[in-house]
Design a protein around this ligand. Structure first.
Ligand SMILES: Nc1ncnc2c1ncn2[C@@H]1O[C@H](COP(=O)(O)OP(=O)(O)OP(=O)(O)O)[C@@H](O)[C@H]1O
Ligand SMILES: [Mg+2]
Length: 354
């Protein structure tokens, strides 16, 4: 288990002594850069829960703590079977905690650490569940900002559960990464370029990039960009071209490879513009068809490089497409009829002159 076992032990001891009202702490589940996750029991309902307790470093940061509580409360409004539900957020003594649904199962990260390379179909069936969870969150104006294999769990029944939804991130992701120096987890393998640049107003397209990086790892067995130095990894996300996944795993279809490449475009404008159209492409590949939306964005990019501002928004509905096509047909018919009439008039004039 990562982290300093001494600190975890001390924390466990102190939490057991002082307690969190309404919960009984039973043991440690794991830890990350920001917190330690405990297994606990919610006494009122006698159910097992996971309790994430903030690290003392973050607990000292007033601004972060404020967001931790507000964002935690808004996450509690989400209700989706692929999202680990937020139960409670609060403070007990010096500890700030976030109570979540307990997931009995394993993270994708655990499978990857054992050297598993996912079959295309298996990976897509997992990723589509995460995408559906993200669709629900994005519709409720919540961006995850930390999609990675460690935050995707699979229950013993095979249901995918996205964890840490609504858990506030630090003001810049650089700060979070810097804080992890020298530790074995939390390297920025899946972070979107705009988050590296420290943009705070990132939108759902950052989650699409990280989901693409996660899928890349699952189907190729390696992270998209690797270097021992974290700063170099971040630089690679910003500037290095991606090795197409199907160059690394010849069993992959061209479709999934194209889809991942679009998910991981460096500029958010070149990615899938929302999770709904990404889901359409995942469904299409799962049915053995090409990713239609990926093709649309490639076509537009290669044929009209100056027209990025005029790009037909991919979220346009089928009905809207239908209307545009109908209008184009009517315009074509009107042109042809006018041309025929003009030719007829010319012929009549010529005949009259003769
Ligand atoms: N709801 C949950 N149910 C069961 N186990 C969980 C739950 N949430 C987290 N865990 C376990 O706790 C571990 C640590 O989670 P945590 O979110 O603290 O770390 P992380 O996601 O690796 O890093 P970060 O601090 O960047 O979020 C996970 O790897 C997982 O094994
Ligand atoms: Mg986590």
């Amino acid at each position: 288990m990562p982290g300093n076992p001494e600190t975890q032990k001390e924390m466990l001891k102190r939490l057991r002594e002082r307690g969190i009202p309404g919960y009984k702490i039973e043991g440690v589940l794991g830890s990350g850069a920001m917190a330690t996750v405990f297994r606990g029991r919610q006494t009122s309902l006698n159910r097992i829960v996971a309790i994430k307790v903030l690290s003392s470093r973050l607990a000292k940061n007033e601004n972060y703590v404020r967001r931790f509580h507000t964002e935690g409360r808004s996450a509690a409004k989400l209700n989706h079977h692929n999202i680990v539900s937020a139960i409670d957020v609060g403070k007990a003594g010096e500890y700030h905690y976030f109570v979540m649904e307990y997931v009995e199962g394993d993270t994708i990260d655990a499978a990857l650490k054992q050297g598993k390379v996912f079959e295309e179909k298996e990976a897509l069936n997992i990723i589509i569940q995460v995408a559906r969870a993200l669709k629900h969150a994005h519709e409720n104006w919540i961006i995850h900002r930390d999609i990675k294999p460690k935050n995707i769990m699979i229950t013993n029944e095979g249901v995918v559960k996205l964890t840490d939804m609504g858990l506030a991130r630090e003001l810049t992701d650089i700060a979070a990464i810097e804080a992890e120096k020298g530790q074995a987890w939390g390297t920025p393998y899946y972070i979107a370029p705009e988050q590296i640049r420290g943009k705070m107003d990132v939108d759902g397209r950052a989650d699409i990039y990280s989901l693409g990086a996660t899928l890349y790892h699952m189907v190729t067995g390696g992270v998209p960009f690797y270097h021992e130095d974290k700063r170099n990894i971040m630089n690679m996300h910003l500037h290095t071209s991606l090795t197409p996944p199907d160059h690394l795993n010849k069993k992959l279809s061209i479709g999934i490879s194209e889809m991942i490449e679009i998910m991981m475009k460096k500029n958010p404008e070149d990615r899938y513009q929302n999770i709904k159209i990404l889901i359409e492409d995942i469904e299409s590949i799962l049915k053995g068809n090409p990713p239609i939306r990926a093709h649309q964005s490639i076509d537009v990019g290669s044929f009209s490089p100056l027209a990025s501002g005029d790009f037909v928004p991919p979220e346009m509905s089928d009905l809207e497409y239908e209307i545009i096509i109908r209008r184009q047909r009517i315009a074509l018919i009107v042109c042809v009829v006018s041309l025929v009439l003009l030719i007829l008039i010319l012929i009549i004039i010529l005949m009259l002159r003769l």
